[in-house]
Every structure is written in C-alpha cells, then in structure tokens.
Write a protein that binds this ligand. Structure first.
Ligand SMILES: C[S@@+](CC[C@H](N)C(=O)[O-])C[C@H]1O[C@@H](n2cnc3c(N)ncnc32)[C@H](O)[C@@H]1O
Length: 344
C-alpha cells in the first residue's frame, strides 16, 4: 500500500525554542518541491540535552530514525470501534479537549521530547473521495502535487489515534507539525511536551477558517521563518456536534473545560482490580454534587488490549478503561490519590 521512496519532509523541527540546546544538523537531501518554498536544506534537530529544559525532555529510550525520536502506533488486530484507541501508545491519553466544543483530544501524560515522530495517520485509503465529510481526511500527494490518495480517519475500525488531534487556536498552541514520509502522514512534536499538555496542530488555512480560526500575518511570518508552512492536507470540513455533555451547565463546561479546579471526575479502583471496574464520579459544576456510579469496560495496559475479566499485571496511570455505560475513558491506579492521576 505504501510505496517506498527516499524523499521526506520535516517541518518545524528547527524551531527557535531550542536555541539553548546544542543542535545537531542532519541533512535531508530531497524535500518535496511542491511544498511552498520549503528549503531543501537542513533539518536542525536537538538530540543533545545541554540545558535543564532540554534534559527534562530527553528520552534516551526512544528509538531514533533520521534524527527524529520515533513513537509508533501500537499494532492491534482489533477490528471493531476499539481499534483506534488500541493504537494509542503508552504515555498518551485521549480525553475531553481543553478547547471548548472540540470533542476529544490527545494529551501527553509523560514528557515527549521535541522532534518526536508520532504515527502514522491511518484510515481508509481511497483514490477518490466521494463523501462530503472532510473532518478526518488527509491528502497524500506526489512530488508534483498530484493527489496520490486520501486517508479518511473517520472510521474508528481503521483509524489510528492521530485522528483525535485537534486544531491549535493560536500559533503558540501549535506543538505538532505534519510530516509526509514514504507516502504516509506523521505528526512531529516541535517542542518539549510536558505531561498533561494537549497535542495540537494547525489544520491549515481553509480548515482553520471553517472552525473560526485564523493565523495573523505575524503568525504567518513566524510560520514561514520556522518552516511551518508545510502541507496540511486536511480540507474543508463539516463540523461535528461532538459535545456530548448536554446539561443546563453546558456553558460552564465550555468555560472551564475539565480543568481540575473547575470540574473534577475521578475513578476509584476496586481493590481487587476486577477489571476495569471502577466508580466513576462526576461533579456537577453548578450543583457541586457528586454523581457516582459503578462502571465496567474494556481496558488497556501499556497500550496492550486487555479483555474484560483479564487481570492487570500491575496498575499504573497508563491503564485505561472504557466505560460501557458512558463510553468515556478513565484510568485506574493502585495509589491512594487517584484524583492526582485521573484528571478527566
Ligand atoms: C480531526 S477531528 C479532531 C478530533 C475530534 N475532536 C474528535 O473528538 O474526534 C477534527 C474535528 O475536531 C473539532 N475541532 C478540532 N479542533 C478544534 C478547535 N480548535 N475548535 C473547535 N473544534 C475543533 C472539530 O469538530 C473538527 O472538525
């Protein structure tokens, strides 16, 4: 399905954010020429942690390819709607976005170094796109700009977790860039990502506009300078009504989207870890009342799919449970202060 080529393109891995770190210059021979004036030159990437800031984000355990740290999708044979979340690597969660009304988003729960490649963006491939829902579409193109195929991440049975990344509202929020390599789409972190940070990407002008977002001319200059004007092949979209929390407190949710202080939900794991059974408590921000109920569902352990009733080897904050009743994701943990970890 994927054709091997030697060319590849990396976007903003030379962000000014890293000037305090020692930089290593890696040469990329061929950049895709149809990408607007993208310099054929160098990928500047930091792999050497010389300052505290860099050190914190240095992860010697991650494999490196072409100067990028690599975090691959978790392989799975699940062929139902759980497929998409089974591809989520350890260290990330999918949960309510910090952006009001944006639905779910992806969060880093551990430090992710700058210059880490995530993906690829999987979905249903097609030569032509006949549908009218562009929400999860990416274009993959040949060097001359001709469209090779479309990737539609809408169907959760085929998509990878990258489908959940939301669009940054400002350039400062952009912590990912898009990267097409061997006719596959990846995201690359353009800065050190701290735990609890939502991963956000610029969807491109036309998609951004459809969400009411626009880059200023200063943003464009900055983007140009830092090489951010890379292809973002997502096109116009039909907006989904994803916000599922309908209540008289709707506005409050919008204003304080799941910040720990404004809204807290936590899970209390049953002592025997009888699997993915937990008590889900949601605090209504208006009445301040807690509403708790038992919940049971599927679990993931370190990205590995765990069937219902199968035991965890041990527990930690990368075990995630999907509640059948609410359809929402929670983490399980053996520690006393579960709230500290379950920040949903
Ligand atoms: C590729 S999907 C991202 C994942 C999506 N949030 C979900 O829950 O499946 C793109 C859709 O997410 C929502 N979205 C992403 N970024 C947004 C933003 N900055 N503001 C509002 N909605 C956003 C829009 O509905 C958009 O069409």
């Amino acid at each position: 399905m994927v054709e091997e080529t030697s060319e590849y393109v990396v976007s903003t891995v030379n962000a000014p954010l890293r000037t305090s770190c020692k930089q290593e210059i890696l040469h990329i021979d061929k950049a895709i020429p149809w990408l607007k004036s993208y310099p054929k030159s160098d990928l500047v990437i930091n792999l050497n942690p010389f300052t505290d800031e860099c050190y914190k984000c240095f992860d010697p355990d991650l494999p490196v390819e072409h100067g990028l740290y690599i975090i691959k999708n978790v392989k799975t044979t699940i062929d139902n709607e759980d497929h998409v979340l089974a591809t989520l690597p350890p260290g990330f969660t999918v949960r309510q976005s910090t952006i009001p009304n944006a639905g779910l988003g992806v969060f880093a729960e551990t430090r992710i170094p700058s210059g880490t490649r995530l993906g690829p963006y999987d979905g249903a491939l097609s030569k032509k796109f006949h549908g009218d829902d562009w929400t999860y579409i990416f274009l993959v193109a040949y060097k001359d700009g001709e469209i090779k195929h479309y990737i539609d991440g809408k169907n959760k049975e085929k998509a990878s977790w990258l489908r959940y990344m939301n669009c940054a509202r400002t350039i400062d929020e952009e912590n990912l860039d898009v990267y097409q390599y061997n006719y596959e789409i990846y995201y690359v972190t353009n800065q050190c990502i701290k735990p609890g940070t939502e991963l956000l990407i610029w969807y491109g002008d036309s998609y951004g506009e459809s969400l009411g977002l626009k880059r200023t001319s200063d943003d464009d200059d900055y983007a140009e300078l830092s090489g951010r004007n890379i292809i973002v092949g997502i096109m116009n979209t039909i907006k989904e009504p994803i916000q599922r929390y309908s209540s008289s407190c709707y506005k409050l949710y919008e204003q304080k989207p799941f910040q720990k202080t404004g809204y807290s939900e936590f899970c209390v794991v049953q002592k025997n870890f009888e699997l993915c059974k937990f008590v889900l408590c949601e605090r209504n921000p208006c009445s301040k009342q807690f509403d708790c109920h038992q919940c049971e569902g599927y679990c993931f352990h370190f990205g590995r799919y765990i069937k219902k009733k199968q035991e965890f080897l041990h527990t930690d904050n990368v075990n995630k449970c999907k509640c059948h009743m609410t359809g929402r994701w929670n983490c399980t943990d053996a520690h006393a202060s579960v709230e500290a970890i379950c920040t949903y």
